[in-house]
Design a protein around this ligand. Structure first.
Ligand code: MSP
Length: 530
C-alpha cells in the first residue's frame, strides 16, 4: 500500500507584494500559481497553512502612474488591486491573506519595526548621490547602466540623477552576520545559481542603503523625521509581517509574529533577489527577529524565445489565457513545462500540445474509457478485489506505492515539474497496462475477476495521480474524485482532513462497491484551427 508519514507543522509562504503600477501580467501570475501550489500541497499534508499575497502600493512609481492617469493615488491603487483579486479568483488561487501596504494597520507595524532598528543604532542621516531607476525603485551603479543611461532591467527607462539628504540603514554592519547565515544555512537562498549570485554580490562588500526619500508624498512619513518619506522597499517587505495579523488583532509586532513567524518560504523572481536575500535578513537581524526559512528566486518567462515586455509589445495577458483555456491548463503548463528556478518560454503551439497530450489524452481519456468499462462490466461500481490479487510486483501497485514519497520530495524542493512528471509516469504506465491486459477481451472471455482487477488497478492509479496533482490542477482532481464516487472538493481549506494524506497518498485506497459518478471528459481536447 505504502502511504507516507508526515510530521505536521505550520507552513507560511509568500508571493512578492506586487506593484500596482499596472494590472497583473503573466510574471505576477507565475509566482502566485507556484505559491498556491505549494500551499495546497501543505494543506493536503494536513499542515496549518498561511499563504500570503498582496500589493505594494507606495513610492514614486505608483505616485507617477496615478498622476499620469489623473487619479488620486489611493483610487488608482484600489482599482488595480481589484484587478489582481479578480485574476487570483479566476486562476483558482486560495490565498489566506491579501496584504496591502496602504492598509492602516500596516503603518503601525512599520513604525514599530523602524523603532527597533532605530534603537539598535542602525539608522543615520547622510547624503545620497546616485542614479535612480523609478521602475525598479532602486539606485543603480553607474557601471551597470546601459548606453544612454538606461536601466539594465527596464531597458527603455532612463535612470534619474539624485542628490539629496536621506536616512540610511547600516547594511555594512551586517556583512559578517550575513556571510555566516549563508554558510550556516546553505539552502537559505535557492536555487544554487541564485545563491552564488548573492554570495558574489556580498563578497564585493556591502554598502549602507538609503531608506528615505524627499520630494515624495506617497508613502509613510519616516517616524523619526516626518519631513522624509519612507523608502518603498523598507515599507513593502514589512507587508509580509502585517499580513500575519488576525483581523481582530491590535497591530503590534508581537501580535503579528506570534503564530506564523518566521515565514517558511519567500517565493520571488530573480530580479528582486537582493532585497529578499540581503537587505531583508539584515533588517530582521537589526530588529532582533528570526529569519525566514528560504528565499527561492525563480526565473523569467519569455515568449517565443524573446523577453516579454511592454516595449516589445509581446506581453501575455493572463486573463486572456485563463478565459480561453481555463485555470488548470494555465497552472499546469507553467509548472510542468518550466523547471522552477530557470527561465522558461511560452509558445502557444507548445502550450496546446502539452495540454492535449498530458491532460486530455493521457489522463482524461484514460479515466473516461476505464470508467465506461467499469460502468458496463462492473455495474457502475468500483470493483471489489481481493487484497492478495495485487502482488508486490504488480506494475501499477509497485509504481503507485512509491509515488507519494517521490512527489512529496519534489514539492519540498519546489520542483513542480518533477512532481508532475512523476505523477504522469503512473498515468502513462496505466495506459500501457490497459492496452497490454485488454480488459475488453478478458470480459468477452468471461474472465470477470481478472477484468475487475485490471479496472480497479487503473482507476486507483488515476485516483492517486489526481490526488498528488491536485495542488497543481485542483479542478481536474476534483472531477476525477467525483467521477470515482467521492464527495468533496480539492478547493476546501480542510482538504487534509477530508481526504487525509496518510491514506490517500497510498496505492489501494479505492473502496470496492463504491458507486461511480457519471463519466464525463475532464479536459476537452483543444482543437486548433488550421
Ligand atoms: N513590489 C515589488 C515586490 C515587493 S515584495 C515585498 C515588485 N513588484 S513587481 O510587481 O514588479 O514584481 C513582482 C514579481 O513579478 C517579481 O518577483 C518579478 O520577478 C516577477 N516578474 C516580473 N516579470 C516577470 C517575468 N517576465 N517572468 C517571471 N516573473 C517576472 O518587484
Amino acid at each position: 500500500m505504502g502511504s507516507v508519514g508526515h510530521q505536521s507543522s505550520t507552513f507560511a509562504v509568500t508571493t512578492p507584494l506586487y506593484y500596482v503600477n499596472a494590472l497583473p501580467h503573466i510574471g505576477s501570475a507565475y509566482t502566485t500559481i507556484a505559491a498556491d501550489a505549494i500551499a495546497r500541497f501543505h494543506r493536503l499534508l494536513g499542515d496549518p497553512v498561511m499563504m500570503i499575497t498582496g500589493t505594494d502600493e507606495h513610492g514614486q512609481k505608483i505616485q507617477r502612474t496615478a498622476e499620469e492617469r489623473g487619479v488620486a493615488p489611493q483610487d488608482h491603487c484600489d482599482e488595480i488591486v481589484s484587478g489582481f483579486q479578480d485574476l487570483w479568483q479566476r486562476l483558482n488561487i486560495r490565498y489566506d491573506r491579501f496584504s496591502r501596504t496602504t492598509a492602516e494597520r500596516h503603518e503601525a507595524i512599520v513604525k514599530a519595526f523602524y523603532q527597533r532598528v532605530w534603537e539598535n543604532g542602525d539608522i543615520y542621516e547622510g547624503r545620497q548621490q546616485g542614479w535612480y531607476c523609478v521602475s525598479c525603485e532602486e539606485f543603480k551603479e553607474e557601471r551597470d547602466l546601459l548606453k544612454g543611461n538606461l536601466c539594465p532591467i527596464h531597458t527603455n527607462k532612463e535612470v534619474e540623477w539624485r542628490d539629496e539628504n536621506n536616512y540610511f540603514f547600516k547594511l555594512s554592519k551586517y556583512q559578517e552576520k550575513l556571510e555566516q547565515l549563508y554558510a550556516g544555512q546553505p539552502d537559505f537562498i535557492q536555487p544554487t545559481s541564485r545563491r552564488n549570485e548573492v554570495l558574489s554580490f556580498v563578497q564585493q562588500g556591502l554598502q549602507d542603503f538609503s531608506i528615505s526619500r524627499v520630494n515624495l508624498d506617497w508613502g509613510f512619513p519616516v517616524p523619526s523625521d516626518p519631513e522624509h518619506t519612507l523608502y518603498v522597499w523598507f515599507d513593502a517587505l514589512l507587508g509580509y509581517v502585517t499580513a500575519l495579523l488576525e483581523p481582530e488583532d491590535e497591530p503590534t509586532l508581537d501580535n503579528a509574529l506570534k503564530q506564523w513567524w518566521p515565514i517558511n518560504i519567500h517565493l520571488i523572481g530573480k530580479d528582486i533577489l537582493r532585497f529578499h536575500a540581503v537587505y531583508w535578513p539584515a533588517m530582521l537581524m537589526s530588529a532582533g527577529l528570526p529569519l525566514p526559512g528560504r528565499v527561492f528566486g525563480h526565473g523569467f518567462l519569455t515568449k517565443d524565445g524573446q523577453k516579454m515586455g511592454k516595449s516589445l509589445g509581446n506581453t501575455l495577458d493572463p486573463l486572456v489565457l485563463v478565459d480561453q483555456y481555463g485555470a488548470d491548463a494555465v497552472r499546469f503548463y507553467f509548472l510542468k513545462e518550466i523547471e522552477f528556478g530557470r527561465d522558461g518560454d511560452f509558445n502557444e503551439t507548445r502550450f496546446i500540445n502539452v495540454l492535449n497530450a498530458d491532460l486530455a489524452n493521457d489522463l482524461g481519456n484514460l479515466l473516461n474509457r476505464t470508467l465506461k468499462m467499469a460502468g458496463r462490466y462492473c455495474d457502475d461500481k468500483i470493483p471489489t478485489v481481493a487484497p492478495e490479487t495485487f502482488e508486490d510486483d504488480h506494475p501499477l501497485q509497485s509504481k503507485g506505492s512509491g509515488l507519494a514519497t517521490q512527489v512529496q520530495a519534489a514539492f519540498d524542493r519546489l520542483a513542480f515539474s518533477e512532481a508532475c512528471e512523476a505523477a504522469l509516469g503512473l498515468v502513462r504506465a496505466s495506459n500501457k497496462y490497459l492496452d497490454d491486459t485488454a480488459p475488453w477481451s478478458l470480459y468477452k472471455q468471461g474472465e470477470q475477476a481478472e477484468t475487475e482487477a485490471v479496472l480497479y488497478a487503473v482507476l486507483e492509479s488515476v485516483r492517486l495521480a489526481g490526488y498528488l496533482l491536485s495542488p497543481i490542477v485542483p479542478s481536474l482532481a476534483t472531477a476525477i474524485y467525483n467521477q470515482l464516487g467521492f464527495e468533496g472538493n480539492f478547493d476546501e481549506l480542510a482538504i487534509g482532513q477530508h481526504f487525509p494524506y496518510q491514506t490517500h497518498s497510498g496505492w489501494g485506497l479505492l473502496p470496492g462497491g463504491q458507486a461511480l459518478g457519471k463519466a464525463k471528459p475532464i479536459f476537452q481536447r483543444i482543437e486548433v484551427e488550421a
